[in-house]
Write a protein that binds this ligand. Sequence first.
Ligand code: AMP
Length: 231
Amino acid sequence: MTDEPVADRGAERLILLLVGAVGAGKGTQATILSRELGLVHLASGNLFRAALAAGTELGEAARGYMEAGELVPDELTIAMFMEELARPAADAGAILDGFPRTVGQARALDDTLAAAGERIRRVLYIEVPTDILVRRVAGRWICPQCGTPYHEDTDPPREAGRCDRDGTPLRQRDDDRPEVVRARLDKQVPPMLAVVEHYERAGIVDRLDGTQPIERVTDAILSSIGSRSGH
Ligand code: AMP
């Protein structure tokens, strides 16, 4: 990690922020957008987990917070993102995912980016009503034997409750039980909305209807950032 500012690449680099609750389809859209637009996908949770697994200085510094399920302090989190943004993989731009997660983090990131002559260009907020989010997440089942995922509504097994491949009874992750999903959303949504409002004041938010099919959401995102759809 270094204290040096990122080289000024001009405001042209496309830095996007993707916002959405668990189950909104953020990960799916990030993967598609990163491929279609050549942007690096920077997901805070994944970056921290990778740093932890690799035993880096950052990983060690973040370990205690992550294990306690707390937010890693802003300085560390911002330093990590700025380091990722300085890599050649981010030359065309980046999709930020999972950060900023609070208004405090948003302000700190805005200031740090501004000091490097950059800014978040658009904030893409994938909106899905809570009941639908709960249904999406709580409908997920997995085969404990072979790991095949299923979904009650969109991808059910041929025989209810059993894996198509090996007949093993399917399980639900503890995290995915409806009451746990609701509790996660109750905690997650208010700070997320505050971040969206923060960027709405700057006039850079696009609200997208995340109940639409995946391709429609992608198309809406691409048109909102002025890129043509590839399909
Ligand atoms: P996640 O996979 O997004 O739930 O993140 C896993 C862990 O990484 C969290 O419990 C935090 O310790 C850390 N983390 C992820 N995003 C942030 C963030 N924006 N700010 C601080 N810590 C974060």
